[in-house]
Design a protein around this ligand. Structure first.
Ligand code: LMR
Length: 347
């Protein structure tokens, strides 16, 4: 009798221990982060070059907050905005070296590593952000993504900034010929250089963080950027004319160092991917809303003369940029151009 009771106790204790072990294993993250040693925490340093009041800046903060909350602090995303850690032209190498784990550069800046990505820089390649998202998800989009893997990079999402507009301090730009002889700041991309040189302007590659200075010093006459980037750096205060041309998409690839990614536990990878998917949707909407808000602010500031290209002007501009497409087709696989939405409707 006595030995039966002991047996029952022993079995119950055994079952409780097993249940405790199983529940510990099932828990995704340690409940109390205070008990984690420094080494057990996963830190992801995320560097970018724009302000915290831009779609990218705000989405990076939201991503960091959600991950902290959902992992009980086990995973920490440290966001470094405004190029405080690494500037344009530095951050990609820092990621490749493994000094940081995540960046979100403009796609144009990836073209120095994978030039085929410059298909996204072709003028009037896309009418709206939805077209961009569909293209990136398509088979050719995937083949562009695969080219990143060769460089130990993994793309974990695409965020929008919006469509680029033109500003300058010399004259209103209504016709394409108005751009002739203007010195225009561009991001590092051969296609962007070609876009301006093909119509007689002078492209100048300049880091985002020094654009304000360069415009102020008169080293360039104008620049192209999205509404949120123009206002966040107060570029419109230095420029007299703005043309709402929507001539090119500016968006970001969220990149991680592949080797680092592979070192992460499966549950952390899942948490990051799920959260990024959610943040991406949120960011797309935010970029759209903020773009209209910033345009309204510029309309109201009475500080810059704004010209809106008409549908007819847009058509003329688009044909004027045909040589840029030929330039791309002469260098890279034409499948990337053929798959653009505007060429899809031709089939
Ligand atoms: C620029 O250099 O103009 C942009 O890429 C900045 C950014 O990251 O939006």
């Amino acid at each position: 009798m006595w030995s039966r009771r002991i047996k029952i106790r022993f079995v119950s204790v055994f079952i409780i221990i097993i249940m405790l072990l199983v529940s510990c294993q099932q828990r995704d993250y340690p409940a109390d982060n205070e008990q984690l040693s420094h080494e057990e925490q996963i830190v992801i340093r995320f560097s970018h070059v724009v302000g915290e009041n831009t779609p990218k800046g705000m989405a990076a903060i939201k991503f960091a907050e959600l991950i902290k909350e959902r992992s009980n602090g086990h995973v920490e995303i440290q966001v470094f905005p405004n190029g405080v850690l690494y500037k344009d032209g530095e951050e990609l190498n820092a990621l490749l070296r493994g000094d940081i784990q995540m960046i979100a550069p403009a796609i144009s800046k990836i073209t120095t590593l994978v030039p085929e990505w410059s298909v996204m820089d072709l003028p009037y390649a896309f009418k709206n952000a939805d077209e961009v998202h569909t293209y990136v998800d398509s088979a050719v989009g995937q083949s562009l993504m695969n080219k990143l893997n060769v460089h130990n990079l993994l793309s974990v999402g695409v965020w929008d900034s919006g469509f680029k507009q033109l500003s300058n301090s010399i004259r209103p730009i209504e016709h394409i010929r108005d751009l002739e002889d203007l010195r225009m700041r561009i991001m590092p991309s051969d296609i962007l250089a070609e876009q301006f040189s093909s119509i007689g302007a002078y492209p100048k590659r300049i880091d985002f963080n020094t654009v304000f200075n360069q415009l102020q010093k008169g080293n360039v006459d104008g620049q192209e950027n999205t509404f949120t980037n123009i206002t966040s750096k107060n570029l419109h205060s230095l420029q007299d004319y703005l043309t709402v041309s929507n001539h090119g998409y500016l968006g970001y690839l969220l990149l991680m160092n592949n080797e680092f990614w592979n070192s992460l536990p499966q549950n952390v990878q899942t948490l990051l991917i799920d959260t990024l998917e959610e943040v991406q949707e949120w960011e797309w909407q935010l970029a759209e809303n903020l773009s209209s808000e910033r345009l309204q602010e510029m309309e109201a500031c009475d500080c810059i003369t704004i010209h809106y290209l008409s549908a007819q002007e847009i058509q003329q501009w688009e044909s004027a940029f045909d040589p840029v497409y030929d330039y791309y087709a002469g260098k890279y696989d034409s499948k990337y151009i053929k798959a653009l939405p505007k060429n899809q409707s031709l089939h």
